[in-house]
Design a protein. Structure first.
Lengths: 140, 197
């Protein structure tokens, strides 16, 4: 008498395939996450250096006329724009009438190969002499 | 012998079944271990990169901090000597001094047969410390009167607005004095004339 049960049934094969597929996709996804996060952390590691150099570079800008620009720091391109938040000649009380004091919000994007890696914003204060000021006594 | 009845057919898998299962298991295991070892290598690279980044950061920090602590000690005496290869000034933040004692320090570049090296020399303890090695020629530049210049050796007391090291048109670092670049003069000085310091 011949056995009718030779090999797997279709159901068994399908269940096995599904289980295998599930395991594979989860493990593959995990590896993929690890790879992408490695890349992200790699660029994040360089960010403190970029930021400290950015601050020094920004201090050399007067921000009186130039309100945006680009620094190249350590292979990263840092594009920044500065927006005046408060300016002393717009305030009701002006303590130094011959100076314009401005609080800027500086927004910067760090890019590498056209891809934005990080962006941050910082605040800074700048002052310059008011060109429209006329001293009542003739002296500053 | 071959004519076994179903009742006394031996239980278990045949050799072929076992082989197929083993082959599939082997394939998946190699695939997984490959991925795992890749991931581990990535993480290791990350660790060494972190270390590399921080060691690359150290010379920049030391230089920038020393320039940030640059001081003048007399309103007329020049204290800065700067050219393309040397930058000498007085600072309260020398890299090897934790007590912040003002002292003359010199950053200089010397060429070796492998390239160029950035040295730090302190007149306080006379030590010369090699800080960083470069493949391209590093050059000191000084921001003065809104222009980056190769030399900065003023006759009176003043600091450059900023100092930078460039490597073949790439800026390696920028540093800026933290205190005013001109000596603080008493407001009465122009009225009363000469003053004995």
């Amino acid at each position: 008498m011949k056995s009718t049960k030779r090999g797997f049934s279709l159901l068994e094969a399908i269940v096995a395939l599904v289980v295998l597929t599930l395991v594979f996709t989860s493990v593959w996804g995990w590896f993929g996450t690890a790879a992408t996060s490695t890349e992200r952390i790699e660029s994040a590691v360089a960010m403190p250096e970029v930021f400290s150099q950015f601050i020094i570079n920004l201090e050399l800008e007067t921000l009186e006329d130039d309100r945006q620009g680009q620094f190249i720091i350590n292979g990263f391109e840092v594009n920044w724009t500065s927006i005046p938040q408060r300016q002393s000649n717009n305030e009701t009380y002006r303590r130094q009438p011959n100076w314009i004091v401005t609080l800027f919000v500086v927004q910067a994007d760090v890019t590498q190969n056209g891809k934005i890696i990080s962006s941050f914003s910082t605040k800074t204060v700048r002052q310059w002499r008011d060109p429209d000021y006329i001293s009542p006594s003739g002296f500053y | 012998m071959n004519q076994l009845s179903p009742a006394n057919k031996p239980l278990g898998f045949t050799l072929i079944e076992m082989l197929v299962v083993l082959v599939i298991l082997g394939l998946t295991t190699t695939l997984l271990s490959e991925g795992l070892s890749n991931t581990w290598r990535n993480f290791e690279r990350l660790g060494s990169r972190d270390m590399m980044a921080s060691t690359a950061q150290l010379p920049i920090n030391w230089f920038a901090e020393s320039v940030e602590g640059a001081v003048l000690y007399h309103p007329y005496a020049p204290v800065v000597i700067g050219d393309a290869k040397t930058f000498e000034f007085i600072t309260t933040k020398a890299p090897n001094d934790s007590k912040n004692i003002p002292q003359t320090i010199r950053w200089y570049i010397s060429s070796t047969n492998q390239g160029w090296e950035l040295f730090f020399a302190s007149t306080y303890d006379g030590q010369h410390v090699r800080v960083k090695q470069f493949d391209t020629l590093p050059v000191f530049q000084y921001l003065y009167e809104k222009v980056w210049q190769q030399n900065f050796s003023p006759k009176d007391a003043r600091l450059p607005d900023a100092v930078r090291i460039t490597l073949a048109n790439n800026v390696y670092l920028v540093a800026k004095p933290g205190r005013p670049v001109l000596a603080d003069m008493p407001a009465e000085l122009p009225i009363f004339g000469e003053y004995e310091f």
